[in-house]
Design a protein around this ligand. Structure first.
Ligand SMILES: [Ca+2]
Ligand SMILES: [Ca+2]
Ligand SMILES: [Ca+2]
Length: 327
């Protein structure tokens, strides 16, 4: 059987045994495109079980595609003590004390060859350690930007490490942070991709004021991604061909921008950078039918706008159609 989003279509219907169930070829193509699923790879994962912190770092990632070229470190404005106490269900974490606003943990890695990224970490603080953090990203290793405008989960609280405290055997699930970067294609395929987990206030985990002996510790930092399957310019859904499915992606994100919600079209050829607009539609039209490279392919027949509206309508009708009773 096939699926559209969460809707299942039985294969016998997709094979069009009757006029009633026959799918337009472009709808079938789109269904197949929407049904593509890919599993994510670990790009870099830090457990701090082998790279055991006793200083600010850098510490190489223990696992992942770019493990040996990815590093974690810490930075404090004032002298701090770094250590490796119990992790979240493991022997070691990356911990430090004496937190000031602006201090951070950092990972230096890369998303080269990857799209649909996700970032994970576990973090906890002592009662007098810092509570409020946000995630910043950089694609040049120098200039960092707050991720929060693109994903509200990038601003988070580190809970107090008690009842129960982190220990070597049993993880606390409430300390898992997930920052989805799936739609932020500006972070795809970057030779340099760095993240900072930055202390943003003087509020402590116990809702007092951060003290010099207060600590915050991180564990299980992980960046995942799906290998990029298509770099064909104009292929917005990354299925290897510039087709009708890309129109639907464009339409669904029309008006969005990197500044507002972090969305960028994959493979947009640098067209109207930072925003999804009419120019991206024109670019898609100029590229229709392409399976490689960049440039105009005017010889391919582009569906007319009325056909594209029918396409969207057909998919809606398919998803709402109940199976016919057999006669
Ligand atoms: Ca650990
Ligand atoms: Ca496509
Ligand atoms: Ca654009």
């Amino acid at each position: 059987m096939l699926c559209i989003g969460g809707v299942v279509i039985h294969k016998e219907n997709a094979r069009c045994p009757s006029r009633t169930h026959r799918l337009p070829w472009y709808a079938a193509t789109l269904i197949l495109a929407l049904c593509r699923t890919s599993s994510a790879d670990d790009i870099a994962r830090w457990t701090f079980e082998t790279s055991i912190p006793a200083a600010a770092g850098p510490f190489a990632a223990e696992a992942g595609t770019y493990a040996t070229s990815s590093f974690a470190s810490g930075l404090h404005a004032n002298a701090a003590t770094y250590s490796s106490p119990s992790g979240n269900g493991s022997l070691h974490s990356f911990s430090s004390d004496n937190w000031s606003v602006g201090d951070y943990y950092q990972i230096n890695t890369s998303s080269l060859g990857y799209t649909q990224l996700n970032l994970y970490l576990d973090q906890v603080s002592s009662n007098s350690g810092p509570q409020n953090f946000h995630v910043e990203y950089s694609t040049d290793g120098t200039t960092f930007h707050d991720l929060t405008p693109f994903n509200s989960n990038a601003t988070y609280n580190a809970l107090a490490n008690s009842n129960p405290a982190w220990n070597a055997t049993t993880p606390r699930t409430g300390d898992n942070k997930t920052i989805a970067l799936l739609q932020i294609h500006a972070l795809d395929n970057q030779p340099i991709l760095d993240f900072r987990f930055v202390d943003t206030t003087t509020l402590s985990a116990a809702n007092g004021t951060v003290g010099s002996s207060g600590t915050s510790r991180v564990d299980n930092i992980l960046l995942t991604g799906v290998p990029i399957s298509s770099t064909v310019a104009g292929d917005y859904n990354q299925n290897g061909v510039v087709d009708e499915a890309d129109y639907v992606v464009w339409r669904d994100h029309l008006g969005q921008s990197f500044g507002s919600n972090g969305y960028l079209l994959p493979n947009d050829g640098g067209t109207s950078i930072g925003v999804v607009d009419q120019a991206d539609y024109n670019y898609w039209r100029s590229r229709f039918g392409a399976t490689s490279g960049a440039g105009s392919l005017a010889s391919f027949a582009v569906p007319e706008p009325s056909t594209l509206l029918l396409l969207a309508g057909s998919l809606l009708a398919i998803s709402n159609r109940r199976p016919e009773k057999r006669k």
